[in-house]
Design a protein around this ligand. Structure first.
Ligand code: BGC
Length: 349
């Protein structure tokens, strides 16, 4: 793994507490560069996966509370388009640009250009390799992989066989997550029969795999899916072969349908990543950066992204199963009880 965590808690001079970043009055002027409104550019890979709309909404509303405006761009999964959109945001003289990269290897030049123009850059959720970003904020993606692996161990699958249907390796999160997952498999003598990486996170790739590999599916005890959207298609394909519920399936994101599958018994777990917290924190940091304030980095560690040492804030994910879904997903307000138990109302607590 290139981006090896150097793991030194950052104790730097920048101990300014978040309270110094109090919201500006609605519609009020802020202390941005030119005395005008703070402007944040946000460049998304795409909105196909359920979570990203939530990331956007919370980020935009938090930024607004602080008197900033957000220019949201959607590259629809096309990294060349994303490069153009970042150029546009640079030309529009944003104070800060927040990037959810479509490809972890491809945006270093775009980040350099933004930095040359005096714009601060935040890599959001996905690392941008070899680039001088000011901050990388995400979840602990290794922990996501460990939790997926442990879910299989808890199902007594030690010594068993699994398939790994993951996201694309162009997303650095995939590499990190899978390395941690594989470690749990090795420790517990679980064999990985085959591995697939769905380009562009396209869920059809996972479904096609299930249709085209009946023998492997038959002999696997479990299927690790890179996220809940892939799991959705996998469970659908399994159901067509009357296998849904017979293979232990895991995913991540706590998409509504995944939570429904958990209470119905066709998926054993998902990893809940509190994206509201991530988006809020990122928006607060973006506003502080725009004001020229140092952000409070006591919680950050320093990682190496190939070429630069950058601060990384990693939020904790939570493993969700039938046992704790009410507490983690419903009580937190992430999804409504009626929605999660839509297809099995008799089980509703
Ligand atoms: C994110 C996942 C998401 C996936 C597809 C990954 O980088 O960490 O939460 O499901 O991208 O958008």
């Amino acid at each position: 793994m290139k981006n090896i965590v150097r793991s030194i808690a950052l104790i730097i001079c920048c101990m300014i507490v978040m309270t110094s970043c109090t919201p500006a009055k609605q519609g009020g002027q802020t202390q941005g560069k030119n005395e005008d409104k703070i402007r944040i550019g946000m460049s998304f890979d795409s909105f196909i996966i359920e979570r990203w709309q939530r990331d956007r909404d919370v980020f935009v509303s938090t930024a607004k509370e602080y008197g900033a405006e957000v220019n949201v761009q959607n590259a629809s999964g096309d990294v060349e388009e994303q490069k153009k959109q970042i150029e546009y945001l640079i030309a529009k003289e944003m104070d800060v640009i927040v990037i959810i990269c479509a490809d972890s290897e491809e945006l270093k030049d775009s980040v350099e250009k933004a930095k040359d123009a005096g714009i601060r850059v935040i890599a959001y959720d996905r690392l941008i390799k070899d680039s001088p970003v000011d901050l990388y904020i995400s979840f602990d993606n290794a922990m996501v992989g460990t939790m997926m692996g442990e879910a299989f161990v808890n199902e007594n699958l030690a010594g068993g066989k699994v398939l790994m249907l993951g996201g694309p390796l162009s997303d650095n999160n995939v590499e990190v997550l899978e390395a941690a997952f594989i470690e749990v498999m090795e420790k517990n003598n679980i064999r990985i029969l085959d591995t697939v990486h769905a380009e562009g996170w396209r869920a059809e790739v996972a479904a096609e795999y299930v249709y085209n590999n009946p023998r492997l599916i038959e002999s696997a005890d479990a299927i690790m899916c890179g996220n809940d959207n892939l799991a959705s298609q996998v469970v659908h394909a399994l159901a067509e072969n009357r296998l849904a519920g017979n293979k232990a399936v895991v995913g991540q994101d706590a998409d509504l349908e995944a939570c429904q599958r958990i209470v119905e018994g066709t998926q054993i777990m998902t990893v809940y990543k509190p994206v509201d917290k991530l988006a809020r924190r990122a928006a607060e940091y973006a506003v502080m950066m725009a004001k020229g304030e140092e952000i409070p980095l006591e919680e950050a560690i320093i990682i190496e992204n190939g070429r630069y040492e950058i601060p990384y804030v990693a939020l904790e994910p939570v493993s969700v199963t039938k046992e704790n879904i009410n507490e983690v997903i419903i009580n937190s307000g992430f999804h409504l009880k009626e929605d999660v138990y839509l297809n099995v109302p008799e089980q509703m607590p």
